[in-house]
Design a protein around this ligand. Structure first.
Ligand code: AMP
Length: 296
C-alpha cells in the first residue's frame, strides 16, 4: 500500500485541509523532489478551472504536488457586490479537483485567513489596480493581491497557475511576484470557452436564458476587433467605439472595450498593431462579464 505521500503524488487520493497549521504540518513531510504547483480559486469550479488543475498536474508530474485553494475571499468584494450570493459548491468542487489530478485542497474559513481583531496589512497594487476593473471595483485588486500573497506564504509553491480569463489580475499578480521577489514561477493558462465562444465563468450561472443567448457578443466583438487590428491599421478610439457599439447592440451595457499594452495595461492611442491585448467588460442584466484577447 502506498504511503500518504506517494498516494497523494500519484493521485490515488486527495486530502482536504481547513487550517494553516494542519496543512503546514502535513506539507513539512512532503517530498521536496518535484514542483509544488498551486491553483488559487474561489470555488464554484467549472471546466475552465479544471483545465488549470489538469495543467498543474502535468507540470507537477508524478514527483510533484498539485494544491488547489478554494476560498471566497471577502476582501476582494465591494460592499455592493455578490460576496454573500457568490455560488458555493464545495462537494462538486472537490469532485472536479480529484478528477483533474489535484493532490491537496486548502479551503480555510474566513476567520482562518483574517482572524477577527487582528490587524490586517494589505497590498497596494498602485496604478494597475486603479484602472479598468479597478476603476469599477475600487479595492478589488488590493484584496486579490493580499489574499494571494497570504496563500503563497501558506502553500509555498514553486509554480502559480493563473487564468488568462482574468487578464488584469494575472498582469498585476505577475508584478507583485516580480516586485516582492517572490520565489514562484507564474504560468498563465488559456481561457476555456463554451462552444459559442463565451468565456466560462462561475457568474455565467446568474444569466437568464435571453441574457445567456446574448452573452457571446463579447467574444465575437473581441474576435472581430482582433481581425481588424491584424488586417488594417485601426485607430484605437474608432475601434473602441465600434466595439462598444457592437456589444451594446446585443442588449449589454459596455463598461470598457479597448486595446491596451500587454504588460502595463495602459490604454493604447492612435494606430494599433500587435502585440496588444483587447479588454472588455459589460453588464448583462445584473451580471458583469469580462473577457479579453491577446494579439501577438
Ligand atoms: P475564480 O475562482 O473564478 O476567481 O478563478 C480562479 C482561477 O481560474 C483564476 O486564475 C481565473 O483566471 C481562472 N479562470 C476562471 N475562468 C477561467 C476560464 N474560463 N478559463 C481558464 N481559466 C479560468
Amino acid at each position: 500500500m502506498a504511503s500518504a505521500d506517494e498516494a497523494a503524488a500519484t493521485g490515488v487520493f486527495m486530502q482536504i485541509f481547513n487550517t494553516i497549521a494542519t496543512w503546514r504540518s502535513h506539507a513539512a513531510h512532503l517530498s521536496p523532489r518535484g514542483p509544488r504547483v498551486f491553483v488559487p480559486t474561489m470555488g464554484a469550479l467549472h471546466a475552465g478551472h479544471g483545465a488549470l488543475v489538469a495543467q498543474a498536474r502535468k507540470l507537477a508530474g508524478t514527483d510533484g504536488h498539485v494544491v488547489v485553494s478554494i476560498f471566497v475571499n471577502p476582501t476582494q468584494f465591494g460592499p455592493h457586490e455578490d460576496f454573500a450570493r457568490y455560488p458555493r459548491t464545495l462537494a462538486d468542487d472537490v469532485a472536479l479537483c480529484e478528477r483533474c489530478g489535484c493532490d491537496f485542497i486548502f479551503t480555510p474559513a474566513a476567520t482562518e485567513m483574517y482572524p477577527p481583531g487582528q490587524t490586517q496589512l494589505s497590498i497596494n497594487p498602485g496604478y494597475m489596480g486603479d484602472i479598468l476593473e479597478g476603476a469599477i471595483r475600487p479595492g478589488h485588486f488590493s484584496g486579490v493581491c493580499t489574499v494571494v500573497l497570504k496563500l503563497l506564504a501558506i502553500v509555498q509553491p514553486t509554480h502559480l497557475i493563473l487564468g488568462q480569463k482574468d487578464y488584469q489580475q494575472q498582469a498585476i499578480l505577475r508584478c507583485m511576484v516580480r516586485d516582492f521577489n517572490l520565489p514562484v514561477s507564474v504560468v498563465t493558462a488559456p481561457t476555456v470557452r463554451e462552444a459559442d465562444g463565451l468565456a466560462m465563468s462561475s457568474r455565467n450561472r446568474y444569466l437568464t436564458e435571453p441574457q445567456r443567448a446574448a452573452a457571446p457578443v463579447i467574444y465575437q466583438t473581441l474576435a472581430w476587433a482582433a481581425a481588424e487590428i491584424r488586417n488594417t491599421n485601426s485607430d484605437a478610439a474608432q475601434l473602441s467605439a465600434a466595439m462598444r457599439q457592437r456589444i451594446n447592440a446585443a442588449g449589454l451595457e459596455t463598461q470598457y472595450a479597448l486595446a491596451a499594452d500587454c504588460i502595463s495595461l495602459a490604454e493604447l492611442r492612435g494606430s494599433l498593431h500587435p502585440p496588444c491585448v483587447l479588454l472588455a467588460a459589460a453588464k448583462n442584466g445584473n451580471t458583469r462579464l469580462i473577457d479579453n484577447m491577446l494579439i501577438e
